[in-house]
Design a protein around this ligand. Structure first.
Ligand SMILES: [Zn+2]
Length: 245
C-alpha cells in the first residue's frame, strides 16, 4: 500500500520533476515520503541520538489507552496524528493524550487519498478536523500528516493556509498488516540504525488506529512500540515533532 522509504532519492526525483514527470512517476512521487516535488515537509533532522515515535489513525478506544500506559511507564512522549471523525467519537481519549503531554496532529477527517480529491474537499477534510481537535482540547493544532503520505501540490498549500506544518516520516514498516510484534520491531530497528549511521534522527510511524474501524486490533503495533522504547530509551532522546520544527 505504501512505498518503502529509501534514502538519497529526493535529489534524483527533483531532477525527474524538472524533466517533467509522466503519469506513473507522478503517482509514484506523490507517495514517496522524501520527495520534495509537492513541497517540503518536516521529516527528521541531523540528530542521530533523537527519536520521534509517531502514531497514526487513532484515537482507538481499544488500543490507544494501552499505548498511553506503555509510554507513561517509560516516561516517553510521542506524537499522535488523529482522524477528526474518530476524535469526535472519543473526545475524552483525545484529552487524555494531550493531558499526558503528547503532541497531537491532524490526519484528516476520514482518511481519504488527498491526491485524488478536489481542493475544496481537501480543505474540508483538514479544516473540519482542525476545528474538532481544537474544540476538544482548547489548544491550537500545528501539524498535519497526509493519509498514506499521498499528496499533490494543493495538499501542502492548503495545510499551510490553515497554519499546519506538513509532516512525513523516514521509518515505517507494514505494521497494520504484520501480526508479529517482534518482526515489526526488528524491521523498524534496522531502519532506525541505518538512519543513525547516516547521522539522521528517526521519525517512526506506527499505527495505534485502523482508519477503517475505530477500535481495530493494534496489539502488534502497540507491543512493538514497547520493544522499541526498551531498546532505544537508554541511548536516545525521545521527542515530539515540535522539537524539530
Ligand atoms: Zn493514516
Amino acid at each position: 500500500m505504501l512505498t518503502p522509504w529509501m534514502t538519497g532519492i529526493s535529489a534524483g526525483l527533483g531532477a525527474i520533476a524538472a524533466a517533467g514527470l509522466g503519469v506513473g512517476g507522478f503517482a509514484y512521487a506523490s507517495r514517496w515520503p522524501s520527495s520534495r516535488i509537492f513541497g517540503t515537509a518536516l521529516i527528521a533532522p541531523q540528530q542521530p541520538a533523537e527519536f520521534a515515535l509517531t502514531f497514526d489513525d487513532g484515537p482507538n478506544p481499544a488500543w490507544t489507552p494501552k499505548l498511553l500506559d506503555t509510554l507513561a511507564a517509560r516516561d516517553v512522549r510521542a506524537t499522535f496524528f488523529l482522524l477528526g471523525s474518530f476524535a469526535q467519537a472519543e473526545p475524552q481519549l483525545v484529552r487524555r493524550i494531550v493531558a499526558a503531554r503528547h503532541l497531537i496532529g491532524n490526519h484528516s477527517w476520514s482518511h481519504p487519498n488527498l491526491a485524488q480529491i478536489s481542493s475544496g474537499q481537501i480543505r474540508d477534510q483538514l479544516a473540519r478536523t482542525q476545528d474538532m481537535l481544537e474544540q476538544i482540547t482548547g489548544a491550537q493544532v500545528n501539524y498535519f500528516r497526509p493519509p498514506f503520505g499521498a499528496r499533490r501540490p494543493a495538499v501542502f498549500r492548503i495545510a499551510r493556509s490553515l497554519g499546519l506544518t506538513p509532516v512525513l516520516w523516514n521509518a515505517m514498516t507494514s505494521d497494520w498488516s504484520q501480526p508479529s510484534f517482534t518482526r515489526i520491531a526488528e524491521q523498524l530497528a534496522s531502519k532506525i540504525d541505518r538512519l543513525n549511521r547516516r547521522g539522521l534522527a528517526a521519525n517512526i510511524v506506527l499505527h495505534d488506529g485502523n482508519h477503517r474501524q475505530r477500535n481495530g486490533n493494534r496489539e502488534p503495533s502497540v507491543t512493538a512500540a514497547g520493544l522499541l522504547i526498551a531498546k532505544y530509551k537508554p541511548t536516545h532522546r525521545f521527542v515530539t515533532l515540535d522539537a524539530w520544527a
